[in-house]
Design a protein around this ligand. Structure first.
Ligand code: BTN
Length: 321
């Protein structure tokens, strides 16, 4: 009931009377008052005035599910949405639900992720309520060889949203880190379940540094956040909605028209292309010049005239982190 009252308050431009709320929700005035009290305890500023009722004046920067649902303009992504106060890893949550038959489009977001997983066995550390940690469930009807493209969609969506909605010069470090300048803003961990050559499901877990103002010592020199870059606090719920809308649009376009348009945009935003990179293959280190992204999402590296295609793993880019 608390969430429904919050939704009514957030949709109203002015005061709503306790009487109106109690009638619309078919509950007593005392129940309304108790839930208003709970919302205030959670950090919502709700003014009350005699003969006028209640008015929402300010909201804490929380991932409120009803608020997200009323704001989200997607057809299939996030229509099933779970917001958790705390979990180990949203990727783990989505994988468990996928194993139990969850449909494509499921999104799990959390305020606090205690065992966040990064790429290549690393950990992802998230301070409570400051960043955005969520995972999405996809069931792409594509050949295994095309999976590289799907993994690029998340980074492209995040990068596009940050550029369009916040006006920041976000770029992509191949395959799916989003950076500003030489610092990391967002990481994406894509995991997949497949049966022979058939993809069962893909879980894409996205971590964006949003309102973080300080970082652990070991990453402080290479991390940044949207708040640091823009100088203002960002509404995490709204950001989640915009990113989900962008991912849905990119994936729908990919299914309808193929990869050409998304790759063209990705190449334009990819900070790795045109730089010297180093990578390791079969225990041997190589240095080369990143020149392109292939139609399956691999990075093309020119090593003294020999073109090598890298589809996974870590590539160190000179000048970035
Ligand atoms: C990386 O850059 O190494 C990838 C980091 C991915 C972190 C996100 S946060 C939400 C989701 N849940 C996880 O456990 N990891 C991803």
């Amino acid at each position: 009931m608390k969430d429904l009252i919050l939704m009514m308050l957030s949709k109203a431009d002015d005061y709503i009377s306790g009487e109106e709320i109690s009638q619309k929700l078919n509950v007593t005035r005392t129940a309304v008052w108790k839930n208003i009290k709970k919302l205030r305890e959670e950090g919502y500023t709700i003014n009350s005035a005699t003969n006028k009722g209640y008015k929402l004046v300010d909201s804490p920067n929380l991932l409120n599910m009803q608020q997200i649902k009323s704001e989200l303009k997607t057809n299939w992504l996030g229509q099933e949405l779970i917001v958790m106060q705390e979990t180990g890893s949203t990727n783990q949550e989505v994988k468990a639900l996928a194993a139990n038959g969850a449909q494509r489009g499921l999104v799990v977001a959390t305020e606090l992720q205690s065992k966040g997983k990064g790429r290549l066995g690393r950990t992802w550390i998230s301070p409570k309520g400051k960043d955005l940690c969520f995972s999405i469930l996809l069931k792409p009807q594509i050949d295994m060889s095309e999976i590289g493209i799907v993994t690029l969609c998340g980074a492209l969506a995040v990068c596009r949203v940050i550029r369009e909605h916040l006006g920041l010069d976000a770029k992509i470090k191949w395959p799916n880190d989003v950076i500003i300048g030489s610092r990391k803003l967002c990481g994406i961990l894509t995991e997949m379940a497949a049966d022979m050559e058939q993809i069962e499901y893909v879980v894409s877990g996205i971590g964006i540094n949003v309102n973080n103002t300080d970082f652990a010592e070991d990453i402080a020199h290479k991390a940044t956040s949207l708040c640091i870059e823009s100088g203002k606090e960002i509404d995490r719920a709204k950001l989640l909605c915009r990113v989900l809308e962008a991912i849905e649009k990119i994936i729908d376009t990919y299914y309808e028209n193929g990869e050409t348009a998304l790759l063209a945009e990705y190449r334009l935003l990819c900070a790795t292309i045109g730089r010297e990179v180093s990578f390791t293959r079969s225990g041997k280190s190589y240095v080369g010049y990143a020149s392109d992204i292939t139609s399956t999402g691999s990075l093309v590296v020119d090593c003294s005239g020999n073109k090598t295609e890298i589809s996974s793993g870590e590539v160190t880019v000179q000048g970035i982190y």
